[in-house]
Structures are given as C-alpha cells and as structure tokens.
Design a protein around this ligand. Structure first.
Ligand code: SIN
Length: 280
C-alpha cells in the first residue's frame, strides 16, 4: 500500500482528520510517513481506525517521527519502557488527562506529540476532545495578538506530578516518581510552529502557571480569558475510540482532554510521546 491511497477525512472544521487506507503495522514507507506528517501539520491531530499494532509496531511507527521520550511519571507497559500506560479501572473514579492540557509544556524542549493507541475501551464514553491553538490564535483581535507576542509564560510539572500535587487514592500506582517533577520552563505565549511556521497560542490550563515577570495573581485574569476563548467549541473536535484506534496529536498546535464519563468500565490506552525541538 502506498501513500497515494491515503484518504484524508476531516472530522471538524478547525482540527482533526481521519486518515483511511493506511496499515500502520505494515507500511511505514517514506511516502506514508510524509503524508501523515503533512496531515498532522494541517489538522493538528490525525486518527486511524482498525489498526492491529503490537507494542513493537507502535514503537516503530513513533520512531519514524523522532526520538521516544521515556515518560518520567506514568507507569510503563510491562517490558516496554517506551510505552506509557493510560489506564482507568472500573473501581477508579479519576482518569489521567481529564483537564485541558498539552503534554510536556513544562519541558525546556517540549514534546512534538503523542501517539495514543486504544487497547480496551468502554462500551460508551471515554472520548478525547482536541482543540486547535492555531484557530484560537487566529481568532484573537489584532490588539491582543500584538500584546501576546511580547509575553512569555512559565510552565511547570510540580503542581501536577510533584509532591505538592493533590494525588487521589485511585491514581496511586498509575502516576509516580514525584521527585522527578522539578521542571519549570519558559516559552513564548505565541509560538511559530517549528514545521508549519503558523502562529499558535502556547499556554494551557494544565501546566502554565503565570506570565514571566508577572505574579500568578496578576496572570490569572488574562490566562482565564485566553482559556475561555480557546475552549470555544468551533476550535475543537471529539474522537470516539474503538479498539485499534490510534490518535497522533501535535502538542505544539493542540490541547486535549480525556472525558471521564464511563465509571465502572475499564479503559486502557498505550501512549508513546516523541521528542520535539525548542519553541520560538
Ligand atoms: C492524555 O492526556 O495523554 C490521555 C488522553 C486520553 O486518554 O484520551
């Protein structure tokens, strides 16, 4: 199968496209990878259905896009340190990634993106929502864009993964290693995407703590305004998982949120995160 057969079907106006006629276990040709990369750049997140991927297939796919980041905080799949487990058991109430965020913005060099593969999904619920930070930026007024271009923001892992985090009982065992949560990073509030060159809003409710040179208190009002704006439904898409679905999202141009509406059922996903480059 070659990339000539790949069909791109957008699932929403601003973000998200399903790619069809791709067999990720058997075709990692240069043409296929280039087509996936192009769609990822355009749509921010790409989805694949009915993929039969072993752990080794999942890793081989991710490695075509960059070096794999070994997650410091998530439990790894047994025998596969490159693959982080995103699990919720029937008796657990909290899920992982249940608030809007973009992965690894607390790193000096944030991750390019993540490839999330569905191994077990609930009968209903457990969808993931994505939001386009290209669309959010584009829809701001010229005046606010000019102000944001002058600002940088601080991002941190401490309040989420560190000792100070409000870890609930049901998350025990899924997240760990709080001593490694020492990262703080400063990035521009508006980034120029390293591959597409497009401007994207780069603050997120999960990890951004304040604007550089401002107090957290002073930052709160403007951050909340930006978040409320970025959460507008027309900037988002919603993906319903089936076993064998894979989502590959770009952490620089999107946010995501895992909906926690399937208590009493298991959801088991395998996530691989790929390293990125410094953001400007
Ligand atoms: C994540 O935030 O990486 C997990 C997303 C999901 O489980 O849908």
């Amino acid at each position: 199968m070659t990339s000539n057969t790949i069909e791109v079907r957008p699932i929403a106006g601003a973000v998200g496209a399903e790619l069809h006629n791709v067999d990720l276990a058997h075709d990692l040709s240069d043409a296929t990878i280039a087509a996936i990369r192009a769609s990822l750049g355009q749509w921010g997140v790409v989805f694949f259905r009915d993929q039969a991927l072993s752990e080794a297939n999942h890793i081989a796919l991710a490695e075509r896009f960059g070096k794999i980041n070994i997650n410091r905080f998530f439990r790894a799949v047994d025998g596969w340190p490159q693959i982080a487990e995103v699990r919720k058991e029937p008796e657990q109430k909290t899920n992982i990634g249940g608030g809007w965020h973009t992965d690894h913005s607390y790193d000096q060099i944030p991750a390019l993106g993540s490839l999330l593969y569905a191994r077990e999904v609930p009968d209903y619920g457990g969808d993931t929502v994505f939001a386009s930070m290209y669309a959010a930026y584009d829809a701001l007024s010229d005046g606010l864009k000019r102000t944001l271009e002058t600002l940088r923001a601080v991002h941190s892992s401490r309040h989420v993964f560190g000792k100070a985090a409000q870890r609930t009982e049901s998350q025990d065992g899924r997240l760990g290693n709080p001593d490694a949560a020492t990262q703080d990073a400063v990035h521009p509030v508006v980034i120029h995407h390293p591959e597409t060159g497009r401007r994207a809003l780069y603050v997120n409710p999960g990890f951004t703590t304040h604007f550089e040179g401002w107090t957290a208190d002073e930052s709160r009002g403007l951050l909340e305004t930006l978040y409320r704006h970025a959460m507008r439904p027309e900037f988002s898409c919603r993906f319903n998982w089936r076993p064998g679905s894979l989502a590959f999202w770009d952490n620089r141009s999107t946010w995501h949120l895992a909906i926690n509406d399937y208590h009493g059922q298991r959801r088991l996903m395998h996530r691989i995160t790929v390293e990125g480059v410094a953001l400007h």
